[in-house]
Write a new protein. Structure first.
Length: 422
C-alpha cells in the first residue's frame, strides 16, 4: 500500500501504520453507526406496521382468513350439465344443501325465462310449467349458507324431440268478431289422458276481466266460457302453450300460439214453438219478430240455448246424413246457419207454403220464409242471415223434445255453471 507524504515531509512508517490503523477503526465505527441507524429505521418501520395491522387490531389476520373461507352451501341441478333428451315435465329440479336458494334462472336459447318457485324453506326450486320440446335450456342457481356466503352453479341441457305429437283445432279464428254465446273450443287430434296438464297449458285472459272456466267433453274436446254470455266488446286472448305438453304417454303437443277474438253486439233470438214466432233481440230489446216453422210431431226441435257455428248462403241437406233415410235431399237450401252437430239448422225455406207462423212442418230445423236461389234480400230468412254472426244465440222453448245436449254443437250454456266447473 502506498502512502502519499503530506506537504512533502518524510513519513514515519510506524506512525503511518498507526495512522492507518486508527483511520480504519474510525471508518469501521462510522459504518457500524450507519448500520445501526439503518437497522433502527427498518426495525422501527417494520415494528410499527406489525403493531398496527397485526397484533394491534387483527385486521391482517381476519382478511386473510376471509379470503380463504368458502360457502358451505351446495347447489345441485337436475338434470346434469350437458344432459340430452330430457323429459319436458318432472325432470328439472334445483336443490340446495347446507344453505338456502336465493335465485334461480332458467332460460332457453332465445332468452325466454321459465317461471318457477323456490320452496318456503329454500331447499328446492321447481318450474311452474312444462318445458318446450327439442329446446336447449341454461340454468343458473345461487344459494347462501348460514354465514351469508354465496355458492353458485350453472348447467345446460336439451329436452327430448317427440316421435308422436298432437294438435288442437280451435274455434273461433284469430282476429274474428263473434256473438256473445261463442265459447273458445279446441278439439284435439289425439285422445288426451292427461287433461289437467293440457288444460293448465291453455291460458285465457279477457278485457274487461271475467272468470273463464274450461270443461272437457270426452277426451278430445275442451271448451272455455264465462258463467254468463260474454259482455259486448270483450277482448279475449288465448295462449296455447302446448308445445312439450305430454297429452298422453309418449304423445306431446306441438303448438305454441297466441290468438285473440272480440265479442260483438249482443243478439239473442228466442223461438217459441207454440206461437211459431221468433223474437230477435239485441241488448234485450226486440228488434224484429219473424214467423217460423219448427219440427213437426215426431221430429220435434230441441229445446235450449244453441249457438250459431257455421253460415252458408246455400247448402245441401240430405236426410240420409242424420238418420232420416230417403225423407229429403235438397241441394240448395238458402241462408242456412248451423245450431247443432246433429244437423239442426235455422234456415230459409222456399217449399213450406203457408207453414210459417201457422204450423210446424220441418224435420227438426227452424224454417224461415225464403226464395229458391237465395236472391231476395228482403225475405225474413235473408234478413236474419244478414243480421247474424257466428256465436249468436238462438233459444228454443215450449218444444215437446228434450233440451239439447251441451256437447251437441257449442251449446255448453245448457249446463249449470257448477257442473261446468266440476
Amino acid at each position: 500500500m502506498n502512502v502519499r507524504p503530506i506537504s512533502g515531509s518524510p513519513v514515519d512508517p510506524v506512525n503511518a501504520a498507526g495512522a492507518l490503523h486508527a483511520g480504519g477503526r474510525r471508518r469501521r465505527k462510522g459504518m457500524a453507526a450507519l448500520a445501526g441507524v439503518l437497522l433502527l429505521a427498518v426495525t422501527a418501520c417494520g415494528g410499527g406496521g406489525g403493531a398496527d395491522s397485526g397484533a394491534g387490531d387483527g385486521k391482517g389476520e381476519d382478511s386473510s382468513t376471509a379470503e380463504a373461507k368458502k360457502s358451505q352451501a351446495v347447489v345441485t341441478i337436475a338434470p346434469g350439465d350437458g344432459a340430452k333428451s330430457v323429459e319436458t315435465s318432472g325432470a328439472l329440479k334445483v336443490t340446495a344443501a347446507k344453505g338456502k336458494l336465493t335465485d334461480v334462472e332458467v332460460k332457453d336459447a332465445k332468452g325466454n325465462a321459465i317461471a318457477g318457485k323456490i320452496s318456503g324453506d329454500g331447499a328446492t326450486w321447481t318450474p311452474s310449467t312444462h318445458l318446450t320440446a327439442a329446446t336447449k335450456y341454461t340454468v343458473h342457481a345461487v344459494a347462501k349458507d348460514s354465514d351469508g356466503l354465496e355458492a353458485a352453479k350453472e348447467a345446460d341441457f336439451t329436452t327430448l324431440t317427440p316421435k308422436n305429437t298432437f294438435l288442437g283445432d280451435f274455434t273461433p279464428e284469430d282476429g274474428s268478431k263473434v256473438g256473445v254465446g261463442m265459447p273458445f273450443s279446441i278439439r284435439f287430434t289425439r285422445g288426451i289422458t292427461n287433461p289437467e296438464d293440457v288444460e293448465k297449458a291453455i291460458t285465457i285472459k279477457t278485457e274487461p276481466a271475467v272468470e273463464v272456466a274450461g270443461h272437457w267433453f270426452g277426451n278430445d274436446r275442451l271448451d272455455f266460457r264465462p258463467e254468463k254470455y260474454w259482455k259486448s266488446g270483450t277482448k279475449v286472448t288465448v295462449d296455447l302453450n302446448l308445445d312439450g305438453v305430454e297429452g298422453r304417454p309418449g304423445v306431446y303437443g306441438e303448438q305454441d300460439k297466441k290468438l285473440s277474438f272480440t265479442i260483438g253486439r249482443n243478439q239473442v233470438s228466442v223461438v217459441d214453438v207454440k206461437t211459431k214466432k221468433m223474437k230477435v233481440m239485441q241488448d234485450g230489446k226486440v228488434i224484429k219478430t219473424i214467423p217460423v216453422t219448427t219440427g213437426k210431431p215426431g221430429y220435434d226441435t230441441w229445446n235450449g240455448q244453441m249457438v250459431l257455428t257455421e253460415k252458408f248462403v246455400e247448402t245441401r241437406m240430405n236426410g240420409d246424413t242424420v238418420g232420416y233415410d230417403g225423407e229429403y235431399d235438397i241441394d240448395d237450401v238458402p241462408h242456412a246457419a248451423r245450431l247443432t252437430d246433429s244437423g239442426t239448422f235455422i234456415h230459409g225455406n222456399y217449399w213450406g207454403g203457408g207453414a210459417f207462423g201457422n204450423y210446424n212442418a220441418s224435420h227438426g230445423c227452424i224454417g224461415l220464409r225464403d226464395v229458391k236461389g237465395a236472391w231476395d234480400k228482403g225475405t225474413p230468412a235473408a234478413w236474419f242471415f244478414n243480421h247474424s254472426m257466428i256465436g249468436d244465440v238462438v233459444v228454443v222453448k215450449n218444444s215437446n223434445d228434450a233440451t239439447v245436449a251441451p256437447e251437441n254443437g257449442l251449446n255448453g250454456w245448457n249446463m249449470s255453471w257448477e257442473k261446468w266447473k266440476a
